[in-house]
Design a protein around this ligand. Structure first.
Ligand SMILES: C[S@@+](CC[C@H](N)C(=O)[O-])C[C@H]1O[C@@H](n2cnc3c(N)ncnc32)[C@H](O)[C@@H]1O
Length: 384
């Protein structure tokens, strides 16, 4: 990525030499150009960057004089790892130029410049603006950026409601900037996050139990229809088994295991900090006393040792950071196979048209359908 003050070699995480997707886009470039213009706001004091996908913004800003402190706040483990690698490649050691915070860390108490890469999830933006609002002061410069298709009237309404008067820039290469002027007298509504809801009657063994959802988590306000089918086709006899809920979201699948088999040991992993926090709270609210559960943020199976689990349960992502691809699912299945002991099984729910049975057959040698409805299938593959 080229800026007027330097060039940056940027990668996504996990890094792949043949990755056709760039680690930055026109929205990142538009914001960086705006910040380098002669009439740009001063980048001084504490600069916080929210939603920086792969660290393009903080990596480029770390190369500019001005900020006393640069802070990145992200919900993605993958984004954070990419940021670390991109900063290191640009010659910035962690802990030096940029402080990396997650969405679950306490936000900074004062922010002088707030840069927002508008996230895909409006809920996450709402929660982040609520959490950061107390740190803003009348002189805080707030600039958002995103692709035109990501910035809706509802996005601007959130800036208006939670920061202050808001206007947008002209679109340039399908990207747009959002400028908000903090209003110290603004009366903000209460932050609705996290949301809690009771699972519906047809949610098999977990019907009526409460799930807790932090902002941005998959299907945060109602049970997903694929997950609902999955809950009806989980394996039996899991007592005493080690079960991995891979990509756990709010933890509803792992919870179903803990309820049906209180003697199972459940490990729940996700690359979203908000997801793992939700799963922990779901267990606190609804798991039977004495349920054995461990929670980990990380890529795919996180820190789970190879060959150590009996069953992996997975409702794989359909989108991976804006890109529609089955690469994310394929990586999860490969990691699941590694984590399984010989004879262990992976059970997956997915949209029929994605053709995951072909991938599973290739990886595991075989795969069978154990449940289906007109839209979804539940697949089972055993590690030989
Ligand atoms: C379709 S949701 C399923 C959530 C939950 N299991 C359910 O059924 O409601 C997929 C989940 O995978 C997570 N995810 C995506 N990529 C991941 C990765 N590389 N490693 C771990 N989790 C990932 C997402 O954050 C998301 O929570």
């Amino acid at each position: 990525m080229t800026t007027s003050w330097g060039e940056y070699a940027l990668t996504r995480f996990p890094e792949h030499p043949r990755d056709p997707l760039r680690a930055w886009d026109a929205a990142d470039e538009y914001l960086l150009r705006h910040l380098a213009a002669p009439d740009a706001p001063a980048l001084t004091g504490r600069v916080a960057v929210v939603g920086d996908r792969w660290g393009a913004l903080v990596t480029a800003l770390a190369g500019r004089p001005g900020p006393d402190e640069l802070v990145q706040i992200t919900d993605s483990y993958l984004g954070r790892e990419a940021t670390r690698a991109n900063l290191a490649r640009a010659g910035h050691a962690e802990g030096g130029a940029v402080r990396l915070l997650t969405t679950r860390d306490a936000p900074p108490d004062r922010v002088d410049v707030l840069l927002v890469r508008v996230p895909k999830s409006l809920a996450l933006l709402e929660d982040q603006l609520h959490r950061l609002a107390p740190a803003l002061h009348a002189g805080t410069v707030v600039v958002g950026t995103g692709m035109v298709k990501e910035i809706h009237t509802s996005t601007l309404r959130l800036f208006e409601q939670l920061v202050g008067p808001t206007r947008t820039s002209l679109a340039v290469r399908k990207a747009r900037l959002v400028h908000s002027a903090p209003d110290p007298d603004l009366e903000r509504p209460a932050n609705p996050w996290p949301l809690r809801y009771a699972l519906p009657k047809d949610a098999a063994t977990v019907a009526g139990l409460t799930v807790v959802n932090h902002a941005g988590v998959f299907c945060a306000d109602r049970l997903d229809i694929g997950t609902r089918l999955f809950l009806r086709h989980l394996p039996d006899g899991l007592d005493g088994r080690r079960v991995l809920d891979l990509g756990c979201g709010n933890g509803v699948v792992g919870l179903a295991v803990a309820v049906a088999a209180p003697g199972a040991e459940v490990v729940l992993t996700d690359e979203s900090y908000q997801a793992v926090a939700s799963a922990e709270e779901t267990f606190r609210a609804s798991a039977p006393a004495g349920a054995k559960a461990r929670f980990a943020v990380g890529d795919a199976t996180a820190d789970v040792p190879d060959g150590s689990v009996d069953v992996v349960l997975n409702n794989p992502p359909f989108h991976s950071h804006q890109a529609v691809s089955d690469a994310a699912a394929r990586r999860m299945f490969t990691a699941a196979r590694r984590a399984l002991r010989p004879g262990g099984e992976l059970r997956v729910v997915a949209n029929r048209h994605l053709g995951h049975h072909l991938t599973l057959r290739r990886l595991f040698g075989d795969c069978e359908v154990v449940g289906s409805d007109p839209k979804f299938v539940v697949l089972r593959a055993v590690k030989r």
